[in-house]
Design a binder for this molecule. Structure first.
Ligand code: PHE
Ligand code: CO
Length: 286
C-alpha cells in the first residue's frame, strides 16, 4: 500500500536505510504482541476459510504462521523457491517511488510494528498483521506474483508520467480490495479484505456494495474511500485476467483518462451488470 504523505506516520523512520528498509528485530517483540498476533490470526482464520479464494487459503494452511509474529527470514526461504519474492522490513508506509522500486525487484515491504490491542478491529495505517497476513500468501501464487512485479514497474513509469493517482486506484481495487468469481461463488483475494474482520463478510454477503466485472479503465477512473468499507468491488474471473489486462503500455490510457472526470466510489454506470452475492447467508446492516 502506498502512502500519499509520509509525514506524521507512526513508525520509526530514524534508523532506516536509504531504500527505507530496516531490520525486523524479531527478538524485540513482546509476549503481548505475539499474543495479539495469535488472537488476530485465530479470528481471521475462520473468516478466510469461508470468504477467501482457495489460492489464499491453501497457502495460509501450508505456511502455518499463526503462533506469533512471524520471522520474515523464515518465510523468505520459502518464498525464494516458489516465486522468488522476498519480504523486506520497513517502518511503515513508503513514498510511492520507493514502494514501486521494491515491487519492481520482487521485494514486498512489510511493516514491522503491530497495532495496539484497542485497534483489534480497525487501524488507520497498515501494520504487520495487514501486510503479512493479507499480502504474503498471495505472493506465493506465480501469476499474482508476476502481476505485483509488473505493477511496480508500471508504478515507476506512472511516477514519471504524473499518473500515480490513476494507477493507485488499480492497486486499491485489485491488490487491496479485489474479489474473484469462483465455482464456489465470490471470494476475496485483496489484502485489505483478507486482513479485515468486518469487511471480509461484508464484501461478499452484504447486498449494499456494487460488485462489477473487472474493467481496467473503469477502475483507473474510479475514486475510492479509505475510511469506510468499499462501495464498489471489482471482480476478476482468474488471476491471469489481471496480468493480461495490464500488459499493454499504459501511456495512451493515462492520456485518455486525464480528459475524464473520475467516477465516485459509489457510481454505477449505465449498462453495468451488478454481480450477485456469493454465499448470501447474512444481512449485516451497516
Ligand atoms: N503495463 C503497464 C504500463 O505500461 C504497467 C502495469 C503492469 C501497470 C501491471 C499495472 C499493472 O504502464
Ligand atoms: Co496492503
Amino acid at each position: 500500500m502506498t502512502g500519499e504523505t509520509v509525514h506524521k506516520l507512526r513508525g520509526d523512520y530514524s534508523r532506516m536505510r536509504p531504500d527505507y528498509t530496516v531490520d525486523q528485530e524479531w527478538d524485540a517483540y513482546s509476549a503481548g504482541e505475539h499474543e495479539l498476533w495469535r488472537r488476530l490470526y485465530r479470528r481471521q482464520q475462520s473468516l478466510v476459510a469461508k470468504y477467501a479464494c482457495d489460492e489464499f487459503n491453501d497457502t495460509l494452511a501450508a505456511l502455518r504462521f499463526g503462533e506469533g509474529i512471524p520471522r520474515f527470514d523464515a518465510i523468505n526461504r520459502k518464498l525464494a523457491v516458489v516465486t522468488n519474492w522476498q519480504l523486506v522490513a520497513v517502518p511503515g508506509l513508503l513514498p510511492d517511488l520507493a514502494f514501486f522500486e521494491h515491487l519492481a525487484h520482487r521485494r514486498f515491504p512489510v511493516t514491522v510494528w503491530i497495532r495496539e490491542p484497542e485497534e483489534f478491529d480497525y487501524i488507520v495505517e497498515p501494520d504487520v498483521f495487514h501486510d503479512f497476513f493479507g499480502h504474503v500468501p498471495m505472493l506465493f501464487n506465480p501469476v499474482f506474483a508476476d502481476y505485483m512485479q509488473a505493477y511496480g514497474q508500471g508504478g515507476i513509469k506512472a511516477h514519471a508520467l504524473g499518473a500515480i493517482e490513476m494507477l493507485s486506484r488499480l492497486y486499491w481495487y485489485t491488490v487491496e480490495f479485489g474479489l474473484i468469481e469462483t465455482p464456489k461463488g465470490l471470494r476475496a483475494y485483496g489484502a485489505g479484505i483478507l486482513s479485515s474482520g468486518g469487511e471480509i463478510g461484508y464484501c461478499i454477503d452484504n447486498p449494499r456494495p456494487n460488485r462489477i466485472g473487472f474493467d481496467l479503465m473503469r477502475i483507473m477512473q474510479t475514486r475510492y474511500k479509505i475510511d469506510t468499507f468499499q462501495e464498489t468491488y471489482f471482480v476478476i474471473r482468474e488471476f491471469r485476467e489481471l496480468f493480461d489486462a495490464t500488459a499493454p503500455d499504459f501511456t495512451p490510457y493515462y492520456a485518455e483518462l486525464r480528459g475524464r472526470e473520475p467516477h465516485a466510489a459509489s457510481a454505477l454506470l449505465a449498462g453495468e451488470r451488478v454481480l450477485h452475492r456469493g454465499t448470501g447467508s447474512r444481512d449485516e446492516s451497516h
